[in-house]
Write a protein that binds this ligand. Structure first.
Ligand code: NAD
Ligand code: TDX
Length: 332
């Protein structure tokens, strides 16, 4: 597979994937991205012109999707509306992009006989109790909680149906919470880092006991590459790096790394329907494809991420006031 079409490649994980693929493989990459509030052309700066192209457009435009899919060997489908809080305010666009958009991608790979890797999330499985010894596996029943996770679950079902009914050559992956450079500052970790740079106290939803299973974005993307190369068609691989931490622990670590007192944060209004805990069992990915995460020290990865936001204020500054105003209006 030498030519890749990467949907949503101007966003957080997609842009890191594009950098990763151009640095670590000889693939050429075309990004199809609608450049919504979450897409940023600055994420794709400095890439080699002879191996990279950006097409501004939507996965909900079947003519454009068909034209681009036909011209490439494989599609890596990251494009999505990705923020749970936004899905509670306005679910419609999540249905359009995440479900209808995936439908158009599937119809195109079906028509032109192309390989697809579909990027999904652990949130499709719902949540776990804090003391549940079981983690999510590919056998865990779907039980999504929010409009975002329900739309991702729907897109996964479409992919599996297109594999079974039409013989589409697709793989799926469901990853846990990513952190790293270029993540939109509406998300938990970059919001707190940029708050602290601005002298604002971090904002913890509810009691802060909710657990997320953190993975560095480069580890997610090395797994995606492995699945694209060696994954079995029709299979689902769960991607996670054994990084469970509750939100309070994460905020305390950010405060410590940024030289503040550990209790220098505020508890704010909780997210409605807030999932309690996610945890990934990635045994299948590790044993079948030999994948291993490189970022095994969360504190080190977080330190690098803090440095990235400190050094790239021009990247996030234009979004900060609008993002915080939206949260303030909800008491968050
Ligand atoms: P993001 O919001 O940072 O980026 C999404 C990108 O998709 C943006 O560049 C946006 O402009 C683009 N996009 C939105 N609508 C589009 C449309 N209609 N057509 C084309 N492009 C469109 O999201 P992210 O965090 O990078 O997530 C990428 C993918 O990974 C999503 O599918 C998400 O569900 C999945 N995922 C994310 C995480 C996480 O922790 N962030 C974890 C697991 C899975
Ligand atoms: O200010 C905040 N305070 C806070 O306590 C924000 C923005 C979030 N939180 C909490 C909510 C969650 O328990 O932090 C946790 C992480 O929140 P988000 O960054 O919004 O991520 P989450 O809802 O867990 O979803 C993320 O991981 C799975 C991504 O946004 C999804 O795209 C992915 O599918």
């Amino acid at each position: 597979m030498t030519s890749l079409l990467v949907t949503g490649g101007a966003g957080f994980i997609g842009s890191n994937f594009v950098h990763w693929a151009l640095n670590n493989t000889d693939a050429t990459v075309t990004v199809l991205d609608a450049l919504t509030y979450a897409g940023n052309t600055a994420n794709l700066g400095g890439l080699p012109e002879e191996r990279f192209e950006l097409v501004a457009g939507s996965v909900t435009n079947p003519g454009l999707v068909n034209e681009l899919v036909e011209a490439h060997d494989a599609v890596v489908h990251f494009a999505a509306e990705s923020h749970n809080d936004n899905s509670l305010e306005g679910p419609g666009v999540f249905i359009e992009t995440n479900i209808v958009g995936t439908y158009h991608v599937l119809q195109a790979v079906r028509q032109f006989g192309k390989r697809l890797h579909h990027i999904s999330t652990d949130e499709v499985y719902g949540d776990l109790e804090l003391d549940d010894p079981a983690k999510f596996t590919a056998q865990t029943p779907y039980n999504p909680s929010s409009p975002y996770s329900a739309s991702k679950a729907a897109s996964d079902h479409l992919v599996r149906a297109w594999v079974r009914s039409f013989g589409v050559e697709a793989t799926l992956s469901n990853c846990s919470n990513n952190y790293g450079p270029r993540q939109h500052i509406e998300k938990f970790i970059p919001r707190q880092i940029t708050n602290l740079i601005d002298g604002i106290r971090p904002k913890l939803y509810g009691a802060g006991e909710n657990v997320r299973d953190w993975i560095h974005v480069d580890d997610h993307n090395s797994a995606v590459w492995g699945i694209l190369q060696k994954g079995r068609i029709g299979e689902t691989y769960l991607i996670g790096a054994d990084g469970e931490k509750n939100n309070k622990e994460v905020v305390e670590l950010i405060l410590q790394l940024m030289g503040r007192k550990p209790d220098d944060y505020d508890h704010v209004t909780d997210r409605p329907g807030h999932d309690l805990r996610y945890a990934i069992d990635s045994t299948k990915l590790r044993e079948e494809l030999g994948w291993e995460p490189q970022y095994t020290d969360f504190s080190e990865g977080l330190k690098d991420t803090i440095t990235w936001y400190e050094e790239n204020e021009a990247w996030w500054r234009p979004m900060k006031d609008t993002t915080e105003a939206k949260y303030a209006a909800k008491g968050q």
